[in-house]
Design a protein. Sequence first.
Length: 562
Amino acid sequence: MKRYLTMLLALIVTMSLVFTGCGSKKAPDEETSGNNAGTTSSDKDKDNGDTASEEKLSFPLKERVKLTAFVHTRPNVDNFDENAMTKYIEEKTNIDLEFVVATNNEAQEKLNLLLATGDYPDLILTSQLTSAQQSLYGSQGSLVALNDLIEKYGTNTKKVFDLHPIARERVTMPDGNIYNLPTISECYHCLSTQKLWIYKPWLDKLELDMPQTTEEFYNVLKAFATQDPNGNGIADEIPMAGAYKGWEAEPEAFLMNSFVYNPTRQGGAMRLFVDNGTVKASYFTDGWKEGLKYMQRLRKEGLLAEESFTQAPDGLKQMGENPDVVILGAFPGGFPGTGTDLSGERYKDYITVPPLEGPDGVRIAKYSPYASVRAAFSITNACKHPEVAMMLADLLYGDELSLWNSNGQPGIDWEYIDDDNKLGINGEKASWASLIQLADQKPNGLWNQMGNYYNPSHVRLGRYQEDPENMEVILYRETKKNYEPYWPSTDILLPPLTLTEEQSAELLTYSTSINEYVLEKIAEFVLTDVNIDEVWDSYKAELEGMGINQMLKVYQEAYDTK
C-alpha cells in the first residue's frame, strides 16, 4: 500500500497547483487533405521566438520543431524513435519526435506522477488519461484547450466528430473545452473483451462438453487436473491460470460475471454498474463475495494457479507456450495472445467459453458499447508549438496513417484492394487486405494503436479475409457466437460521465486507493484459506473508511445529471 499512498498524496498535492496553459495560435484557415496532406496554415507565434512569424505554416515545416510525447510499450514496437511510422511522420512534417516511454504495466502510475509533479512532455499519447484527469488538469491549465485549434487546424478532426458525435460528447468537459482527441476504433470484438479461452483438444480427448455453468466449469478443470489430458503420464497440467495485469487476463475479470456484473472498466470507472438507477460497485456486493469464494475453491483444489495473481502477462504466456507438451487448459484474455504466442500454431486450438451461469442464475458478458472511443492525444502547457501539435493530431486521423497505426506499413504489411469477389470479415466487399499478419511483421513498423487514429467499423470489417484462422476473424466469430447473446441491457451500464472540476478532484482522492485495495484483497481472499464470510464485514468497513460511499455519491450525482 505504501507505493499507492505515495502516489495518492502526490495527486492530492496537485490539486493545490495552478498551471498556466499555452494559448492557441491565430491564423487563417487552409484546407487539409483527408488523406494526410497536412497543408493547414497559421501565423507563427512571435512570443515563441519563431524566425518566420509572418509565413504560413504547413507540412513539411520549413524549420524543424521538436515535440516530446509520453507513450507506453506496445507489442511489435521495439523503439518508438526508430519506428518506421515515426520516420515517415518526421519526414512528411519535419517534426522531431522524441518519446518518454513507460512500460505498459507502469504507464498509469507514471502518468499520474508526471501530471502531479508538472514534469510532463509536450504530448500525452496514451489511453490512460481519464475523463476525470482531463477535466481537472485541463481546468488547471496543464492540458491545453483544443477547441480553437480544432476549428483552425482540424479538418480531419472535424470530419471525424461530425461522423461520430458521441466522440465529441465524450471528450467535451463540463467547462465546454476539449482537452483530448480520442482514438475512434469501432472494434466489434472489443464490445466483449472479457473472454475465456479453453484448449479444445483436451475437451475432445476427455469427451467433455463445453461448460455452461460454474459447476460444470469446475468439473472440467477437475478433469484437466486428474485425467492426464496431455498424455505424458505426469500431473503437470495447469487447469486454469491468469495474469495480474494484461488485456482482461485477471482471473476475476471473466469469472465474476457469473455472480455479479463486473465491468473492469466502464465509462472510465472501475467495476461500477447501475442497478435500477443506483450506481453500485461490483466489489461491494454479496455477489462479489460469492465469486471470491468460488475462486478460492478453485485455488484450494489446484485448479486455478496461484501465480495468476502475481505473474506478469509474460509468465502466463510461458505457461501457454510450454515446450513439447501443452500444460495450460484455460486462461482469460481479450484475445488468445494473452496466453499464447500468435506467431506459433498452438493458439488456434484454444476456443472461447461462453459466460458461465452462476448458482443464482447470473450469466452476463461484459458489454462495452462506449469502448470505441478512448483517450489518445493531449497537448500540455509544456508545448511551445501547440499549433504544430494539433496539425500532427489531425494528420494521424487520416486514412493511411490510421491503418498504418494499427495494421503496419502500407504496401508492405497491407494494401488497398478493389475486387468484388473479395469479401471482408462482415461478408461485404473488402476494401483492403493484409499482406503480412501482425504477428509475422518485422518489429517497429507501426505504433500499434498508440496516439489517435480513426478506424470505423466499415474499415475494420472491410479487411479481406481468406484465412478463417486469422485473428480478426476468430475474434469476430467467437464474439458473435458466445458473447453477444449474453450482453446485458444498456440500463445496467454506467455511461461515460462528464464530471465537474470539483467532482474530478474528489474522485481522485478515492479511486486510486480503493481500486488498489480491491486488487490486494482479491489476491488475499483467493490465495489464503481465510473464511471470507467471517471477514466480509470488516472488508466492507475498510472500504467505507476509504470513502467508497462518498465516491459512489459523486458518481451518482454525475449519473443523475448526465
